[in-house]
Design a protein around this ligand. Sequence first.
Ligand SMILES: C[S@@+](CC[C@H](N)C(=O)[O-])C[C@H]1O[C@@H](n2cnc3c(N)ncnc32)[C@H](O)[C@@H]1O
Length: 303
Amino acid sequence: MFKFNFITEENDRDGSKAEEEKVAETKTEIETKTESKPVNKHDECHEIVPSKEQTERDYFAPNLVATLNSITFHEHKVHHVSIEDIIEKLAGQFDDISCAEENHSDLIAGIYEGGAKVWECTETVGEYLTKTTDGTKCLIDDFRNSSVLDLGCGAGILGILALQNGASVHFQDYNKTVLEHITIPNVLVNTKSVEKLQERCRFYSGDWTNYAEKTEDGEKFDFILTSETIYNVQNYDKIIHIIKTKLKPTGVCYLAAKVHYFGVGGSLRQFEQILLKEDIFETESAFKCNDNIGREILKITFK
Ligand SMILES: C[S@@+](CC[C@H](N)C(=O)[O-])C[C@H]1O[C@@H](n2cnc3c(N)ncnc32)[C@H](O)[C@@H]1O
């Protein structure tokens, strides 16, 4: 069973020896391309292009063994496979998920970046986009015929919400295992259509730097949705580069995060300060919520 717990290079120093050893075991699988520049195999960007046969064989199958859960944002319902069922199925088969499971951790930097579970800010964004603004209309209505990037999508709930409301969606996650065994099955659970999956969705795994390079000449997006992706300060430049290069000039990025990530170091204000140094962006705090841990949605547009 996963619990709230981060293992990053910084806070790992205080971790138990047993945990360090387990993480080290997995890290030995990290490949080295050149002696001076080690390359983490999870960092490599892959586009996952499921064929009709493979989708029916591999990706519909998990739906049959997993319990289905759902999240309702006002009258919009998004189904997803039970994370516990899928983790139980995957642990022992894939090093990233196994390492997280063995360490009872939600996040192990550079191995498993937290995509298997649905994080709180996803619910915040879903609620925000589906809340009626003038009694009849809500922001999600503007997603019809739009292009959307769900950056750090994890289970893909926000991308699926956009898809259900008429968008085409690129789903990006660090872990290929998450995309193949959680995100894609979740898209299928909701669309029940291999054709829709093939025509309106694309899936990319890997580190944000490699994703940006691989899709350099690819399309730009009307919307970028990104929830709980700024916990690691070392990734701020990568995320900002993606917003800068992948958002259309008229596009909107909704970035949702906890105000502070205790024990890891990231904070929303620090991210915003670094983003605004570019002097091409404008930000607006679109939504704030202070119950329990402060959460916020930052609306980012070009000036
Ligand atoms: C805490 S999870 C949030 C998942 C999901 N957005 C949610 O709110 O439920 C962080 C997400 O960012 C992705 N991520 C983290 N670091 C990354 C990196 N360096 N490159 C690409 N993706 C990364 C993870 O794969 C994961 O999907």
